[in-house]
Every structure is written in C-alpha cells, then in structure tokens.
Design a protein around this ligand. Structure first.
Ligand SMILES: Cc1cc2nc3c(=O)[nH]c(=O)nc-3n(C[C@H](O)[C@H](O)[C@H](O)COP(=O)(O)OP(=O)(O)OC[C@H]3O[C@@H](n4cnc5c(N)ncnc54)[C@H](O)[C@@H]3O)c2cc1C
Length: 395
C-alpha cells in the first residue's frame, strides 16, 4: 500500500498506528502531527510517579524522535491540526499550511472537561498532559491543603499522591463513593475506606459551586451545600471531552461525542480513528464504545494498521485492560465494569483489599472483573470475560 497517510495526534494511539503501518509493510509516506512540543509520551504516570516526583518527564518518552525518523515517519511536533477537507483530502495546520492525504488517522485523544467557572484562577489545575502535571507539581511544592474535585480514577489517584506528599486533602464528588459509576457500590466502598484510612476527607454527593480568592490565588472551594473547604491548590478532574472540534463535519460523532467508527476504526472513506477519541462499534453490546485505556490505544493502532494494509485480522478483543494505582493498592480490570452490573467477590476478600470481583450483566454473564493484590488470579478470570461465561454462584 502506498500514498501518504497522515496521523493527527502524536500520543500512544497515533505513534502506535504510524509504527504499526511500517510493521505491516506500508511503504508510503507517513506524517505524524502532534500539537504538543514533546516526543510521544506515556500518560498514565502523569497522575502517579511524575506527580509524586518519583520519575522525571524524560522517563515518559515512548520513542525518541531519532528512532521515529529511522522508521521513516515524518514527525511534526508543536503544530495543531485545525481543519480537514474530506472531499479534497487535506488537513489544515495551525501554521497555515495544508497536508494532503490519501488516508487520515484521527488520534487526537481527549481534553479535560472543565467547570463552568474558575479555571483562570491561579492554583486551579486540570490534569491531562505533561504541561498540566508540571504546573501542578510546581504549585504543590508550596504546600497547603488540596481540594480534588471529581473522584473518578484521575481524581482518586491525584488525591492519593497528594496525601503521600503530606498535603491535607478534600475529595469532592457528586457520587456517593469514589469511582462508583465504574466500580459499583461494593468495590467503590472499599476504595472510600482506603482513602479515609489515609486521611482523605471525602465529600459525597457534593458539587463545587465556586472558588474564593486571596491575593490573586485560590484560597477555598465552596460546595453546593454551603461548605467552604480551604485550598492552596485545586485539582479539577471531572471527566474528559473528545478532541474532535478540528474535524468539522468530516466524520460523524457517537452519543458520547467520540468519532463514530465501525469495529475496525473506519470513520469515513479514507478516515480511521484510534484511541481515546474513537467510539468503535461493539457488536456484542450493539453500540459505539469509547474506551479511555492505555492498552486500548495499542489495540486500536494494531487493528487499524492491519486494516489499512489489508492484512487479515480479528477485531479488537473483548476484554479491555485497565489499571489504577492509589497508595500501595493497584486496581486492575478486564472488560468494562459498571455500577449497573451485579457484583460477586469470587476470590479473596474485599476487607483485606486482596480480591477478585466479577461483574455480571442482565443475562448473568461475566462481562468484567476487577481485582487488587491477586494479579495471577485476576488474569485467570480474563477468559471468563472474553467468553461471557455464566456468573458464578457464591454463597
Ligand atoms: C493523567 C492520566 C492518567 C492515566 N492513567 C491511566 C491508567 O492508569 N491506566 C490506563 O489504562 N489508562 C490511563 N490513562 C488513559 C491513557 O493515558 C489514554 O487512554 C491514552 O493516553 C490514550 O492515548 P491516545 O493516543 O488516544 O490519546 P492521547 O495520549 O491523549 O494523545 C492525543 C494527542 O493528540 C494531540 N492533539 C489533540 N488535538 C490535536 C490537534 N488538533 N492537532 C494535533 N494534535 C492534537 C494531543 O495534544 C495529544 O498529545 C490516563 C490518562 C491520563 C491523562
């Protein structure tokens, strides 16, 4: 296969697709366009080792630019794609140039969702890219109380790091428990206890309603019940928004705002989408599913590289993998767990924080497993997720 392929977004999914194309024998031109000035880097450590100061940013690099060049990939960093003309097949770049393509791969990930107020106030942060993390780290050095708004996995991880660094931490969420929409009551309850044991003050069922300022910096977060939480630093981690604004009408979007794709990442003639930005058709669930997991970026990249090159393949597997580090606990999961599922502890004990939990759908089939401290046992349950095995009966 020849002709130029343009990949927009130089994160894990974009880099993986560009390299995957070469691995599949694609010998046309490949241009990888990235808005950030950095070589492609790994994001998960941003809210873990990098925020904690245990690792430096250069440790995140997925591939040095010299290796990317050696693979015959034309890496263009620090330039944003601003538009696409699907008819004429070209991408418009922020520097005013255009880039013609035969095939376009959209790999622009997601941006941080923001509160409708207060992001201009000094001391208020989001946590999505390296620049965010370094700015947050610099602010944390002055010490003082931290308020984390949003107790999804990002907020929960950031709260854990801030506690480890010695900050007083308040964690606020509209949900009754941290990560509840994903984990359900039982496992999320365990997580709430873990944070409480480490001294985090959790504020369930609450929203941030405003910020107080003093000397040009945030000094407190006001909650919707009138409570005032002192804050030297605020971390807003309330979800993400797919980075599709530059695409105009070139592709359709799914219900969640991601690029609507078939089960091989095809979005429109000559256009594919991969990684966090992409909602791939899931035949099993009969809906488009967008998965913001690091390993899914790799899976998508491999499937699309093969699809472009016409290599026979299976589509992405039925058990996306995810992990999250909080204190000394690592949660791991296969499949897509949800609070709507029936949860059974099938190995170990939640109270010991060593367990495997199985998640059953309305047909009582295992559709996900979540575990901590029992990695081998958890891996043993992966196949049950792939096979949609019947939920075990426990007493
Ligand atoms: C702090 C943090 C912690 C995480 N922890 C975990 C974890 O523990 N486990 C896990 O499984 N997953 C985790 N994830 C999710 C994981 O990092 C993502 O699933 C993965 O990075 C997705 O890769 P991607 O290439 O699709 O998107 P990204 O890595 O977001 O890359 C997209 C790139 O596109 C660029 N871009 C956007 N718009 C444009 C444009 N118009 N023009 C040019 N470039 C553009 C962006 O600047 C970005 O560099 C975490 C994510 C974050 C932010």
């Amino acid at each position: 296969v020849t002709g130029r392929t343009v990949v927009v977004g130089a994160g894990a999914a974009g880099l993986g697709t560009a390299e995957g194309l070469r691995a599949e024998g694609f010998d046309g031109e490949i241009v990888l366009v990235g808005e950030e000035p950095h070589a492609p880097y790994d994001r998960p450590p941003l809210s873990k080792d990098v925020l904690a100061g245990r690792k430096t940013p250069d440790w995140l690099t997925l591939r040095p630019p010299a290796d990317i060049a050696k693979a015959g990939i034309d890496l263009r960093l620090g330039v944003r794609a601003t538009g696409v003309d699907a008819e004429d097949r070209h991408v418009e770049l922020a520097d005013g140039s255009t880039l013609g393509y035969e095939r376009l791969v959209v790999a622009t990930g997601v941006g941080a969702r923001r509160l409708p107020f207060g992001h201009e106030v000094a001391g208020v942060h989001v946590l999505r890219d390296l620049a965010d993390t370094l700015a947050l780290r610099a602010d944390l050095r002055a010490g003082g109380p931290v308020v984390v708004v949003g107790a999804g996995f990002l907020g929960a991880e950031a709260a854990a790091v801030c506690r480890d660094l010695g900050h007083p931490v308040d964690l606020v969420d509209v949900e009754p428990l941290p990560m509840r929409p994903v984990l359900g009551d039982a496992v999320a309850g365990m997580l709430a206890d873990l944070h409480r044991d480490h001294g985090v003050r959790f504020h369930p069922g609450r929203r941030a309603a405003g910020f107080d300022e003093s000397a040009g910096r945030v000094s407190a977060v006001r909650l919707d019940d009138g409570a005032v939480l002192e804050a030297a630093v605020v971390i807003v981690a309330i979800g993400s928004v797919p980075a599709t604004g530059w695409l105009g009408g070139a592709v359709d979007l799914d219900e969640g705002g991601g690029v609507r794709c078939d089960d091989r990442g095809r979005a429109a003639p000559g256009i594919w989408a991969v990684g966090d930005v992409a909602g791939w058709w899931d035949p099993e669930q009969a809906r488009h599913v967008r998965v913001e997991h690091r390993f899914t970026a790799n899976e998508h990249a491999a499937v699309v590289a093969r699809d472009v090159c016409g290599t026979p393949q299976r589509t992405a597997g039925g058990a996306p993998f995810f992990w999250s580090d909080q204190y000394d606990l690592t949660l791991r999961s296969f499949g897509l767990p949800s609070h709507r599922h029936r949860v059974e502890i099938v190995e170990g004990d939640l109270d010991d924080r060593r367990f495997v939990a199985a998640y059953g759908d309305e047909k009582d089939r295992v559709v996900a497993v979540v575990g901590a401290g029992m990695t081998k046992a958890l891996r043993g349950w992966r196949q049950a997720v792939v096979d949609r095995a019947p939920m075990p009966v426990t007493t």
